[in-house]
Design a protein around this ligand. Sequence first.
Ligand SMILES: Cc1cc2nc3c(=O)[nH]c(=O)nc-3n(C[C@H](O)[C@H](O)[C@H](O)COP(=O)(O)OP(=O)(O)OC[C@H]3O[C@@H](n4cnc5c(N)ncnc54)[C@H](O)[C@@H]3O)c2cc1C
Length: 400
Amino acid sequence: MSTAQRQVPAGTHRVLILGAGYAGMAAATQLAARTRRADVQVTVVNAQERFTERLRLHMTATGQRLAELDITELLAGTGAQFVRGWVTAVDAHAKTVRVDDSRVLRYDTLVYALGSVTDTATVPGVEERAYTLDGPNGATTLADRLARLGAGTVVVVGSGLTGVEAAAEIAERHPEVGVTLVGQQDPGASMNPKARAYLRGALTRLGVQVISGTAVTRVRPDAVELAGAETVAADVVLWTGGTRAAPLAAAAGLTVDERGRVVTDSALRSVSHPEVYAIGDAAAIRQGYGVLHGTCQSGMPTGVHAAVSIARALRGRQPRPFRFGYYHTPVSLGRNDAVVQFTRPDDSPRRGCLTGRMAVWYKETVSASPWPTYRRMSRLPSSGAFWPRGGRFTRLRNAR
Ligand SMILES: Cc1cc2nc3c(=O)[nH]c(=O)nc-3n(C[C@H](O)[C@H](O)[C@H](O)COP(=O)(O)OP(=O)(O)OC[C@H]3O[C@@H](n4cnc5c(N)ncnc54)[C@H](O)[C@@H]3O)c2cc1C
């Protein structure tokens, strides 16, 4: 059962966390644990009560059942309230949030963690005809379609790691289907030669045809058109080409970047509205090597850092700058194969990688780790405050 925001005594500081994905849950469990005795009310708003394991949506899209992870059950006893609903507007001036166009929630501090969605607006036909891996409903609809497809054709557009994982999963689960992966970059382009070759070999073994170095310019009912007028037949198109943030932050007047992400200072506060923290995929967070790209790997630390910063600010102390360095890129290649590229803090590949069974075990361990981590953090918040800080890679010259 979702609970509406309770009346709070005067003087209570209201922290509203929008989004209970990887970053929002990290913020919620940390903050609730760190402010248990303080005069603070923590409220989490999310579209579903069930936690969406976005990392595993390619599994949902191929008909595999995921664990039932109940957000209300995890938050029970932590002191954080849960409100189920769809956030429709943020009024950054009045410090209110509208939920389902019917309820209004007030905040003193806002944590903006609404994630990202696939950018379906840039190419004609995508919005109307392509499937995406943005949430459980879309992924389940795709699973139903694939189950009825028979010996049809699927084109996965976007040769980044989401596209690779999805193409491999579909090919493994539906060997009768012809799967083509189309994208501008070579699959595994960010990996070292050994890992990239392994990834390509696995796609070949699974029967995935790869077309790289080209862009899809239109999605038609029966095909995709490539730059240069070539077409590839497609009964089903899955679009994984790029993400953007929800338009809510821009509509609220927060400073956003070209992808709608909230631009933050070094402490993860909005540069235009310092009472708003932005974390995860919804935030444009600059490190010495550039702006973080959306991953769970970086998203969870941003949630923890925001919570620690809010707790510090409530005690009258200054928040510290956020620093993060990447350390790995684990990629599933169906259920029985995987490759893990170890990285430098700036996400460039190191020499080391794992392949095969060891990589499958590693990937599964990483994918399964967030939920136990939230449980542990809600009892022992300091246990979540460890991640690679990235050393010299993350230092900013003019850190705010
Ligand atoms: C198939 C796939 C595989 C991936 N694999 C990896 C991987 O191996 N490693 C990795 O690090 N990253 C991976 N990613 C990326 C990773 O999933 C994201 O970076 C991560 O989910 C970002 O976390 P987040 O908390 O910012 O957003 P999310 O996890 O997307 O959470 C956002 C939450 O906000 C809710 N929400 C959104 N809008 C509203 C609204 N208006 N009202 C109410 N609730 C709302 C959503 O329902 C969701 O619960 C993968 C992504 C996909 C799609």
